[in-house]
Design a protein. Structure first.
Length: 710
């Protein structure tokens, strides 16, 4: 992306007044050079803006302090994806400072500018260029200040290691801190940035360990459950047996007989509070409740039939050519239906919040991906002005899209208000499973036509409840129709974003069917894909994966096989090749190794990109092989990790992550893309190893054995 394109997307007329709240904020911070940045709302922000956040508000503050330290204020949050490191690298690169001189202040709704939320692998794609532009503007302002201070023309000065230095005499220099000392300079970005060329990069592209790694491994990192306040009570909530229940009666007498216990009943919310969390839990167990139960319409076995019966076509994602013509030209036409059940986010840290009131102001530490959205929800639910709600920044112990939703924060705040004391609420694992916004269950129906030459000539794709992310064709199929089917309220409980939402599911179905076509005409799956792939970036990504894997053919060995899957997400092209061993007696799958190649443009931090890839694939092995939410309509029957299996140390495969070298391209997403291809690659590898074509995730041992018996 060149400077003109960046300018067209992100910038414009930014010579705007500060709104009063931001002006007061800058007054409080004291001296320094401030770069404020007005950005058009992008992505999901436009529809979800708060009433007081308009286009003229500011989305980024950059401050160079009198002591030379650099502060970056952003509404983004850190949840393990490593943006405290990669964003700081990009900032250090363009500002010409050391990485350890940067302080990232993230997610505090009183200090940081509005952000819609941290999701969708959008931070690096969209926020990185904004931050770099602010850094460039700061550098230009510092050059102006130094020209006056040093009495030298700007073209004889350069930025270097936190100072402005004479290009003719390195001993003539002045530090950033000295230039900003005693001054309060507020500037906006006024020009399209000219980013450094790849050959000029010193920080970007460098392997850097996470800047908060030491805090995490030593246990000093703070999460919502680590906040302890004077007089704080722990809350345990009495939950209904299923979603859709209504509270009919409560007997709290036994609980209230316990010393120090306070019972609060608010609409459907029944909670026991105590200064000891164990006492609060025991008190909640002593409360007798009666609930109404909703009608059971489907369970985890019948949900797929229900989705197809209830789903209505909502829109066409992509349509080209003529399907009738394509199927008439085909030598073979194959149809199949693919299923994927509900998946939980299952973060190690459950939803947690600690809330207190200081006078009439609510202060809350919440494990949330959406601090400003959470503030809005709290303001509405508790009838408080926005400025009377502060969501404080805190690390998240995993989010994956599940902590976009923050009912635990609402509950903690309501209980703090009603009790008059600080309250901490940490959902139990059973609550986490019950109230998680699951990844959608979905059905994919594919009918495809292929010629003996290997060319796919027709593709009809009906997608029930998985969405359109990653669905667009990169195989160059001339006759194609992809349509979405859904219905409001079709699911028995909450569903939502889940690490590349929907793309895991649709990629599994598409790549399974691609292998089905290849097998039908007797062509190697790698060759078949290369015959059809029409996108040059996808082709080079696939070739890199094959070269790294040392792939020759997909002919299965004794109970061993390898599988390929391709996908596209968050601007990144992905190719995965996995090798597995299937025990023919038990159906148990052992994943031997996984190679993942990605073209994500400029790789800001190769170490961070690699560990995100490894984490995504490890999580992906769970959804591919084990994870399945069992339920009886609104009643979720999985309660813990004994009934919801995730990838463990013993089942984690060696992962090799490689990246296409394209430092000239803009950076793309890295947190989500790798996970999308795991299910398809594993299902295809299982087929090549055993002959069992399992069309439902997870590809469990039971489903493999069932296919082998046929």
């Amino acid at each position: 992306m060149n400077a003109e394109e960046i300018n067209a997307i992100y910038f414009g007329d930014v010579d705007l007044p500060l709104n009063p709240g931001r002006r007061e904020f800058i007054k409080k911070l004291g001296a320094g050079l401030f770069i404020i940045f007005a950005v058009k709302p992008f992505g999901l922000m436009a529809e979800e803006e708060e009433d007081k956040v308009k286009r003229e508000d500011f989305n980024l503050y950059l401050r160079i302090r009198e002591d030379g330290r650099v502060e970056c204020y952003t509404g983004k949050i850190e949840m393990g994806q490593g943006i405290t490191t990669s964003l700081a690298q990009a900032l250090a690169e363009e500002l010409e400072v050391e990485l350890n001189s940067i302080d990232m202040i993230m997610g505090d709704t009183d200090l940081c500018p509005y952000d819609a939320g941290t999701w969708g692998s959008m931070t690096t794609r969209f926020f990185d260029p904004i931050l770099r532009a602010a850094a460039i503007e700061a550098r230009m302002e510092l050059l102006k200040l130094a020209a006056t201070a040093l009495k030298l023309p700007e073209d004889q000065l350069k930025a270097q290691n936190g100072s402005i230095v004479s290009t003719r005499d390195n001993s003539v220099k002045i530090s950033y801190g000295a230039l900003t000392k005693g001054k309060k300079l507020v500037k906006t970005v006024r020009r399209a940035p000219v980013f450094k060329k790849p050959a000029e990069l010193k920080q970007v592209g460098k392997q850097v360990n996470a800047t908060n790694a030491l805090l995490k491994v030593t246990g000093k990192a703070k999460y919502s459950g680590d906040i302890h306040l004077p007089g704080m009570r722990y809350a345990t909530i009495v939950r209904p047996p299923a979603h859709g229940c209504k509270l009919l009666s409560v007997d709290k007498s036994r609980a209230e007989a316990m010393e120090g216990v306070k019972v609060i009943i608010m609409e459907n919310l029944v909670a026991a509070l105590h200064t000891n969390p164990n006492v609060a839990a025991n008190a909640a167990a002593a409360i007798q409740t009666e609930w109404s139960k909703p009608e059971v319409l489907a369970n985890d076995k019948t949900i797929f039939k229900y989705l197809v019966e209830q789903g209505k076509e909502t829109r066409i994602v992509e349509e080209k050519g003529n399907l009738d013509t394509g199927f008439a030209e085909a030598d073979f036409v194959l149809e199949a239906e693919y299923h994927d059940g509900y998946k939980a986010h299952a973060p190690i840290e459950t939803h947690t919040a600690t809330a207190c009131f200081e006078g009439d102001k609510l202060i809350i530490w919440a494990s949330t991906q959406t601090p400003f959205g959470t503030r809005k929800e709290l303001s509405t639910k508790l009838n408080l002005p926005l400025e009377k709600v502060q969501v404080k920044p805190i690390l998240l112990g995993g989010g994956f899209g599940g902590k976009i939703y923050n009912n635990q924060a609402i509950e903690a705040a309501m209980l703090a208000k009603e009790s008059g004391t600080p309250v901490q609420l940490a959902w139990t694992r059973a609550e986490e499973f019950m109230y998680d916004q699951f990844r959608h269950a979905a059905v994919m129906q594919i009918k495809a036509g292929v010629k003996k030459s290997g060319k796919i000539v027709a593709w009809k794709y009906n997608i029930y409840c998985a969405g359109n992310r990653g669905v667009n064709d990169f195989y160059g199929i001339p006759n194609l129709r992809s349509a979405l089917y859904d219905k409001k309220g079709i699911h028995p409980f909450g569903t939502g974003a889940w690490r590349a939402p929907g793309n895991n599911t649709t990629t599994f179905a598409r790549e399974s069917h691609i292998d089905l076509l290849a097998d039908k005409i007797g062509m190697d799956p790698l060759t078949f894909r290369l015959v059809n792939v029409s996108d040059s970036k996808m082709e080079r990504t696939l070739r890199l994966a094959a070269k790294t894997f040392q792939y020759t053919t997909a002919k299965p060995g004794k109970n061993r096989g390898c599988g390929i899957a391709l996908g596209f997400d968050a601007g990144t092209f992905v190719a995965i090749i996995a090798e597995v061993e299937v025990n023919p007696s038990t159906g148990v799958v052992k994943v031997l190794r996984v190679v993942c190649a990605q073209d994500m443009g400029q790789v800001v931090n190769p170490h961070g990109a690699r560990v995100q890839t490894e984490g995504g694939i490890t999580m992906g092995l769970g959804y591919a092989l084990y994870e399945d939410v069992t339920f009886n309509w609104g009643e979720v029957t999985v309660k813990n990790f004994d009934t919801y299996e995730i990838t463990t140390f013993s089942t984690t495969a060696p992962v090799e992550a490689v990246f296409v070298d394209d430092m000239n391209a803009p950076p793309q997403g890295g947190g989500e893309p790798a996970i999308i291809c795991v299910g398809g690659a594993i299902a295809n590898a299982v087929f090549h190893a055993s002959g069992a074509r399992v069309n439902q995730m997870p590809v469990t041992a039971e489903r493999i054995l069932e296919k082998l018996k046929r």
